[in-house]
Design a protein around this ligand. Structure first.
Ligand SMILES: *Cc1c(COP(=O)(O)O)cnc(C)c1O
Length: 356
């Protein structure tokens, strides 16, 4: 089945809620677009997907994912180009990642055409919900979860795949202050760190709440054996500019989420001729580079913020203050380059953009 031939049934709403979107004041995640995609998996196969009016679900209290957490998600954005046409950034890469998460969580693989054509068709139907002003987008949230009505512990047999979308306003990337975590652990080799599993977020709420009380914005997670090697920040991958090189933790151990933004950043920098090293990074190496004046920039990458500059990193008693971000070359260049591709202002030489 090719991407364009999948049969998605459409039931359109008769009462659009588009008036609820105030383009001048979009609050992320507060308002959802008119339609959603729903597909059931039963008896070992996917049933016909449907796009229907956005509505509440009705589920048995015994629904398995509520109890045992077999649930994963994705996050993607659609942007409007100068002609008002929506562009979706790298949805196939999110599809591949969703299926890596699905395998580890014993969830069924989602067919490419269901995922990609589902997004295309949903964004097409709700294209009025893709905001037009600079820095705005439509956030797309595909998710997959187990719905057996059974509280016995076993891998489920019935599943639901859904896609909802929500307009996202400009993301003011006020530089963040980071606390290097060496008490709580996000991910171990052999665990689920590389998946976008709901539980990875659930477990992070308490440690994040604690460091916010201390005045920090986000956690930089470290490895669980020695608390020595950095992993990622909150819900973003992390990059450091050390001298004229860019470094980021590698993905070999399976403890880090393979960000689509991370991959885009590495690709763009290497094409520009910048050396990017994917390797273990010890917190001591960062502290030493800081003392030698070699820690030039530090930033997070992810679909929500794109590039999130880091203002300071606190490790034990030491706070490493980064130079003012106006002076940064790498992060500011990346931010602009990514935006130009996403909003269709620059030729898409990588085949990253899906035209709706
Ligand atoms: C989603 C996510 C990222 C960023 O991935 P993108 O594909 O760039 O949005 C990074 N880390 C974690 C833990 C995530 O869940």
């Amino acid at each position: 089945m090719s991407v364009s031939t999948i049969d998605i049934a459409v039931k359109k709403t008769t009462e659009s809620r588009i008036a609820q979107m105030d383009p001048a004041n979009i609050q992320f995640g507060k308002v959802y677009s008119d339609h959603m995609l729903v597909a059931y998996y039963e008896d070992g196969e996917w049933k016909q997907p449907e796009i229907v009016p956005f509505a509440n679900l009705s589920l048995s209290p015994a629904t398995t994912f509520i109890h045992y957490g077999q649930a994963i998600f994705e996050g993607i954005k659609a942007y409007k180009d100068a002609n008002g046409n929506p562009l979706v950034f790298r949805p196939r890469d999110n599809w591949k990642r969703m299926n890596r998460s699905a395998e580890r969580m014993a969830l069924p693989a989602v067919p490419e055409e269901l995922f990609v054509e589902g997004i295309r068709k949903l964004v097409d139907i709700d294209r009025a919900w893709v905001p037009t002003s600079e820095d705005t987008s439509l956030y797309i949230r595909p998710f997959l979860f187990a719905i057996d009505e059974f509280i016995g512990v076993r891998p489920a047999e019935k599943f639901m795949f859904m896609i909802i979308t929500s307009p996202a306003g400009p993301y003011y990337s006020k530089p963040v202050s980071i606390y290097v975590q060496d008490e709580y652990v996000r991910a171990f080799p052999g665990g689920i760190g590389f998946t976008k599993a709901a539980g990875n977020y659930g477990m992070s709420m308490y440690p994040t709440m604690k460091i916010k009380e201390m005045g920090y914005d986000q956690i930089l997670w470290t490895d669980g054996f020695e608390h020595k090697y950095v992993q990622e920040i909150g819900t973003m991958n992390v990059f450091f500019v050390l001298g004229d090189k860019v470094v980021t933790p590698d993905l070999k151990e399976g403890t880090i989420l393979a960000g689509v933004t991370r991959d885009s950043v590495i690709t763009l920098l290497r094409e520009k001729g910048t050396t990017v090293e994917e390797r273990p990074i010890a917190i001591d190496e960062l502290a030493e580079a800081y003392r030698n004046g070699q820690l030039k920039e530090a930033f997070g990458t992810g679909t929500a913020a794109s590039i999130a500059p880091i203002r300071a990193l606190t490790y034990h008693e030491e706070t490493m203050e980064l130079p003012a971000m106006e002076t940064w070359d790498v992060a500011n260049w990346l931010k602009k380059e990514l935006a130009d591709i996403r909003y269709g202002r620059k030729a898409d030489t990588h085949g990253w953009v899906l035209h709706v």
